[in-house]
Design a binder for this molecule. Structure first.
Ligand code: ADP
Ligand code: GLC
Length: 499
């Protein structure tokens, strides 16, 4: 099939979290199955086009929005058989993807409307080897920034006879972010008034970009089977559960994969030593090097607990901050936390710094974004902490298992689907899980995990190895997406050309 992946984040060009990882890894996995894949994502300020080997396609399209014609230029990077198109517009050249230290950008509706329009124009007009990918394509959309694309398709392009067979699949990575904007910005989209209606963009008097995408995409997916069920209920539906129940027959839960080349403990350029399930000795070297880097005492006698991620209420930060002081006092364990918060949650950054100040010999809080450190933490830690309040999928627990670092997670969403609770009497399980969103439940689970690490080392090593041997690769996941693509294609009569 001809597939166009459209996303506000796409690694290695842009990433704030798992969305970037997923969109970056999906394309190459689809190409390995014989599909033709183009991606369209913004060229943000920090992207070094030369270092990425980007070529100027010479194509500049004018997009009408908010009373202006917005010129968008396309850069092209070809990698792993995928054509990546980076949409270049002055609105993307800022220090941040959705916002900066002052808060969220106020024109995000316009920035991402331009992205959706740019993706439609790119399919028709950007020549690749042998011409543009064309109108007979499936658009694979991701989260609210792409929610307008099916509306533009239906409201601006199909009335002109364009894209008659194009199909759309929208993947929900995070229902908490809905792209809600004041009603008056509707005029910026150049759509006929009927698209501001409850059956399209209107959402409780505002505009809901994700909501519109949920109603108008041909098929929907989310990133784990448990999340697909959870989001149909009011508790985890973030107000959209009614809309989702309406589309329940078209919603599919597919657990994410991981990029098995980037996250490979036998060949990871960020690590001081390689290791595998058959030979864990390199992992001890990774731990010592990490302790040294972080300025913590270099010792094999205490467990090192890692955490990497956005400092956001979603991630159960409150539970961590409540449970860790007691655990550190009781067990002498070490903790490394790597993360950043958006302006609204900056208090979390201070609280982690305070934790480090209280326990300087046990805690290192690295407030910043570092890909290299994330790899070194996954490799050098014994346990990995992810007590999320909700977690559509979560990638870090899978990276951890691949690196022999045993996850401690709350059993919700994709964490419940990927981590099997340990039972040391039966010799089963890949991590330690708990159910109640409660600091005491986390503390008890961590106590148990640390006890197994200290007192039952052979069993602990077996837990590590079980996680390491699991296949988390995208190649195992892609057939499930193909099945959804075929359903969407059937709705529109889009040719799928079976391999
Ligand atoms: P989410 O998408 O909700 O943020 P995931 O677990 O799916 O959660 O993915 C998070 C991704 O972002 C992982 O690749 C993780 O390593 C990365 N990440 C998040 N924060 C940081 C950081 N401060 N430094 C390096 N990598 C980070
Ligand atoms: C989201 C979710 C996370 C998921 C990621 C990639 O940001 O919070 O759970 O792993 O998207 O799908």
């Amino acid at each position: 099939m001809n597939i166009v992946i459209v996303s506000s984040e796409l690694a290695p060009f842009s990433k704030t979290g798992g969305l970037g990882d997923v969109c970056g890894a999906l394309g190459p996995a689809l190409v390995r199955r014989g599909h033709r894949v183009v991606t369209v994502s913004p060229r943000y300020g920090g992207v070094d086009l030369e270092a990425m080997g980007a070529e100027d396609t010479g194509v500049i399209v004018g997009i009408h929005a908010a009373g202006w014609v917005h010129p968008v230029r396309f850069w092209r990077v070809r990698a792993d058989g995928v054509d990546h198109l980076l949409a270049d517009h002055a609105m993307f050249h800022r220090n941040g993807i959705y916002g900066d230290s002052q808060g969220t950008f106020s024109d995000n509706h316009l920035r991402f409307a331009v992205l959706s329009r740019a993706a439609l124009e790119a399919a028709r007009r950007v020549p690749l080897d042998g011409g543009p990918i064309g109108e007979d394509v499936l658009f694979h959309l991701h989260d609210w920034p792409t929610g307008l694309l099916p509306i533009f398709l239906e409201g601006l392009y199909r009335p002109l006879g364009l894209f008659p067979r194009a199909a759309t699949v929208l993947t929900i990575h995070n229902l908490a972010h809905q792209g809600r904007f004041p009603a008056e910005v509707f005029r910026d989209f150049d759509l006929a008034p009927r698209w501001f209606g409850p059956e399209a963009l209107e959402w409780y008097g505002d505009l809901g970009l994700l909501k519109a995408g949920l109603l108008w995409s041909d098929q929907l997916t989310t990133v784990s089977p448990t999340s697909a069920r959870e989001m149909l209920q009011p508790e985890q539906g973030f107000g959209l559960d009614g809309v989702l129940r309406h589309r329940a027959g078209d919603l599919h839960g597919i657990l994410n994969g991981i990029d098995a080349k980037i996250w490979d403990p036998t060949a990871d350029p960020h690590l001081p030593a390689a290791f595998s399930a058959d030979d864990l000795s390199g992992k001890a070297k990774c731990k010592a090097a990490l302790q040294k880097d972080l300025g913590l005492p270099v010792t094999a006698k205490v467990p090192l607990i890692g955490a990497v991620g956005r400092l956001d209420p979603q991630k159960g930060i409150e539970l961590m901050l409540d449970a860790l002081p007691t655990l550190i006092r009781e067990t002498g364990c070490q903790v490394v936390a790597v993360g950043t918060a958006v302006a609204a949650h900056a208090a979390y950054e201070h609280r982690f710094r305070e934790l480090q100040a209280t326990f300087p010999k046990n805690v290192c809080a690295y407030i910043g974004f570092s890909e290299r450190l994330a790899h070194r933490v996954e490799a050098g830690s014994d346990l990995f902490l992810m007590p999320s309040r909700f977690e559509p999928c979560g990638l870090n627990q899978m990276y951890s298992m691949r690196y022999g670092t045993v996850p401690v997670v709350r059993a919700t969403g994709g964490l419940a689907d990927s981590v099997e609770n340990v039972d040391i009497t039966k010799g089963t399980g890949t991590g330690f899980t708990f159910h109640w969103y409660d600091a005491q439940a986390l503390l008890d689970t961590l106590r148990h995990a640390v006890w197994v690490w200290k007192e039952r080392r052979p069993e602990f090593d077996e837990i590590r190895k079980r996680g390491m041997r699991h296949d988390w690769s995208w190649d195992a996941v892609v057939p499930a997406y193909e099945a959804v693509y075929r359903k969407a294609a059937a709705v529109r009569g889009l040719p799928t050309e079976e391999r």
